[in-house]
Design a protein around this ligand. Structure first.
Ligand SMILES: [Zn+2]
Length: 504
């Protein structure tokens, strides 16, 4: 079986400040950096990504594998037209050059928007389909946050979405999709499919499958498959995307249309039934710190600084939580990552052990977010090269560039030159901060941190410090959603602006 494998992933926050250009895909930002051809085997084999699982199945099934390319950038604003066309152009050309194929495996996100294309994955699938023709099966692995379109579902032959958030099953999902592709190639089977979009958005931190009600919704997929679906997926959707296909959906594949419809209807109904159960609590920054300081017991209180989560378009440089820790004179507290290349450079210039004045944090695109101006000790310096060993990153090597731990009284600040989501305990440890020994840990993450921090946390709470990624989708200035979509559980419904006929 000759199979082409390609990956092109981006979660696009259409409200975020920084676009995803070629440099962003080359950096990776927590993903594996851009890699082409045979280099994919080494770069992707043993990490937690959809392509890793597919490469494992390719070896196990003895496929004649054609590795085309893999490109992923950290969530941010729109993918530039130049980057989209260059990467997709290379994918299409690589598939064309491979000659006749038995199948295509695509590792995608599901929520990519480009400057000139609303439905990134729909466009990728359409162009790949145009090259391979109608008969070659195309399988896709997708992120749980996909904002999936009918056009995309129509174009691929099978797809599988992640079932965990934190996404500890990325490689497993890629393996599932690859096994289904193998089945389709060998049998010639083309399953019936059903697609349902649901009626309300959920704030990112409360989509976690560690929490109720999402945990039970995802467990329910196994029941649906036992009842006759070949594979079934529930997508929570990525709310910060002002496009008509934003939001959750259910997708099922089965031998008959009736079975696929029944499965998708069951998933959609289960989602609609739990709307009132998404009723979790958030804290203002000062209240979060006060709560953490008052809480009794052993192990750190972990505070998710959700509105600056770079996994959803944050810059990982806002200062509301840092200021709250410093103002409260917190002890045994640590916060990370603050991405601030200039402060990192100054810390390296000052030297380990030095004390100096710094302006920590802030971002050019967010003029209302002021740096914290403060005297701090350079407690630790690093070149930024480290390996993230927790279950989310799964052994990925990251390079943050010049990095430091700055200490302000009892508050340790992890400062880096490059961005990735704080979702691994090693991302504190590489600058000398032992996370297990802290009383308070503030993480620039909404949910992925849970995979590595839940085992050591006394408790996890969610704070809403000022930042570029509003916690509540109802606070986003949407203009292009589909009519009637509720912006949060039991929240207001989106209405398109219409001319008022009563106005002269
Ligand atoms: Zn995701």
């Amino acid at each position: 079986m000759k199979v082409a494998l390609a990956g092109f992933l981006h979660e696009t926050n259409t409200f975020a400040p920084d676009p995803a250009d070629m440099a962003a895909f080359q950096a990776g930002g927590g993903y594996v950096p851009f890699v082409k051809g045979a280099g994919m085997f080494e770069a992707l084999r043993s990490v937690n990504l959809g392509m890793s699982g597919a490469l494992g199945v390719a070896a196990e099934k003895g496929w004649d594998t054609v590795p085309v390319l893999w490109a992923g950038a950290i969530p941010s604003a729109l993918v530039t037209e130049q980057a989209f066309e260059q990467i997709l152009g290379d994918i299409v050309e690589g598939i064309r050059a491979a000659g006749p194929l038995d199948g295509v495996f695509l590792d995608l996100h599901g929520a990519m928007v480009a400057d000139h294309v609303d439905d990134g994955e729909g466009e990728i699938a359409a162009r790949v389909r145009a090259v391979v023709g109608p008969d070659v099966p195309i399988a896709a692995a997708l992120d749980l946050h996909g904002n999936i379109s009918q056009a995309f579902v129509d174009t691929v032959d099978v797809l599988v979405g992640f079932r965990t958030y934190p996404h500890i099953d990325m490689a497993d999902t890629g393996a599932s999709a690859a096994r289904l592709l193998d089945q389709l190639m060998r049998t010639g089977q083309r399953p019936a499919k059903a697609f349902r979009q649901m009626s309300y958005l959920v704030p990112i931190p409360f989509q976690s499958t560690d929490l109720s009600p999402a945990r039970a919704l995802y467990e329910g997929l196994e029941t649906v498959e036992a009842d006759g679906a070949l594979t079934a997926s529930l997508f929570m959707g990525f709310p910060a995307a002002d496009i008509p296909d934003c939001g959750p959906c259910a997708i099922a594949f089965a031998d008959t249309q009736e079975a696929a419809d029944r499965a998708a209807d069951a998933i959609a109904a289960s989602y609609e039934a739990v709307e009132s159960d998404f009723d979790n609590v958030t804290y203002q920054p000062d209240d979060a710190v006060a709560y953490a300081r008052a809480a009794a017991g052993a192990g750190p209180i972990v505070i998710a600084d959700t509105q600056d989560n770079p996994g959803a378009g944050g810059v990982s440089a806002t200062t509301g939580m840092l200021r709250a820790l410093v103002d409260a004179n917190a002890r045994s507290a640590a916060i990370g990552l603050i991405v601030d290349p200039e402060t990192a450079r100054q810390a390296h210039a000052a030297g380990q052990g030095a004390t100096a004045r710094f302006r920590i944090g802030g971002h050019a695109a967010l003029p209302d977010i002021l740096p914290v101006e403060v005297e701090a000790e350079v407690a630790f310096l690093s070149d930024g090269k480290m390996q993230a060993t927790g279950p989310y990153y799964g052994g990925t090597h990251l390079d943050f560039g010049p990095s430091a731990c700055l200490r302000i009284g009892g508050v340790s600040v992890v400062v880096t030159s490059r961005i990735a989501q704080m979702a691994d305990r090693e991302m504190f440890r590489f600058v000398g901060v032992e996370p297990e020994e802290q009383a308070i840990l503030v993480v620039k993450s909404s949910t992925h941190f849970r995979a590595d921090f839940t085992p050591i946390a006394r408790e996890i709470i969610v704070a809403v410090a000022p930042g570029p990624m509003p916690f509540n989708p109802a606070d986003l200035p949407f203009t292009r959603l589909r009519e009637g979509l509720r912006l949060c559980p039991n929240g207001p419904a989106f209405k398109t602006a219409r001319a008022d006929p009563g106005t002269p």
